[in-house]
Design a protein around this ligand. Structure first.
Ligand SMILES: [Zn+2]
Length: 226
């Protein structure tokens, strides 16, 4: 679904009307998914100064084949991470109360950045267990707190560069969004953790209840409380 918005160019200030997408349905709009993955979705070229910029606004990504709905809600100056997660939890609770018990609802996810959305799309399509992946990240962070402080770095799983032997993670600076060092993690350890998940999913679900499944957020919350 798209709408017309009046957008102001961040470099010269000239406004123009542009068509932007508020949702992407993979089944019916595969072209939009491709644009999203290639960082071309909701990009605007300024009519006056030719600046090319991306407009970040809430986007609903739906993948009916995998029964997943992902909301991307970008942080703004007025709405920070904690506020977004809190508001989202509240409205999700309300929705769940309204849905009759015999209806199968898709799983709902929340992400705050485009890279996390792209990471999650690849994970879902590769049928990886998101909670186990975040658990792996959690253990990488806690073993390397000096080298990979969670406040400064995101850890992103690169599904495409991962192999049968290793999972490939890449560090991203949360400040300037630059990608940095890669880290490799044995696939066998991930696989055995998936077996553990199948036996006792409760522990993983308790650690990462959702809708925002993120080891980094968990660590940042803990550090605020501590
Ligand atoms: Zn401009």
């Amino acid at each position: 679904m798209s709408k017309i918005f009046n957008i102001k160019c961040p470099s010269c200030g000239v406004s123009q009307e542009v068509e932007l997408h508020e949702s992407v349905n993979v089944a019916t709009e595969p072209k939009l998914k491709q644009e999203l993955l290639e960082n071309r979705l909701n990009r605007v070229e300024c009519i006056d100064c030719d600046a090319n910029f991306r407009v970040d606004m809430p986007l609903l990504y739906s993948d009916p084949a995998h029964h997943v709905l992902i909301h991307w809600i970008p942080e703004t100056d007025t709405f920070g991470k904690e506020q977004i997660i809190e508001d989202f939890d509240r409205s999700l609770e309300q929705i769940n109360e309204m849905v009759p018990p015999d209806i199968e609802v898709p799983s709902v996810r929340l992400v705050l950045t485009r890279v996390e959305l792209v990471e999650l799309i690849f994970m879902i399509e590769a049928e990886m267990n998101e909670r186990v992946v975040e658990y792996v990240k959690y253990s990488i962070y806690t073993r390397n707190l000096e080298k990979i402080p969670p406040r400064q770095f995101r850890l992103l799983l690169n599904v495409q560069d991962s192999s049968d032997e290793e999972l490939c993670f890449v560090m991203q600076d949360a400040e300037d969004q630059k990608l940095g060092k890669e880290l490799r993690y044995g696939r066998a350890a991930y696989d055995s953790m998936c077996e553990l998940y199948d036996e006792t999913p409760e522990e993983f679900i308790e650690m990462f209840p959702g809708p925002c499944i993120s080891a980094r957020n968990l660590l940042l919350e803990d550090s605020v409380e501590a």
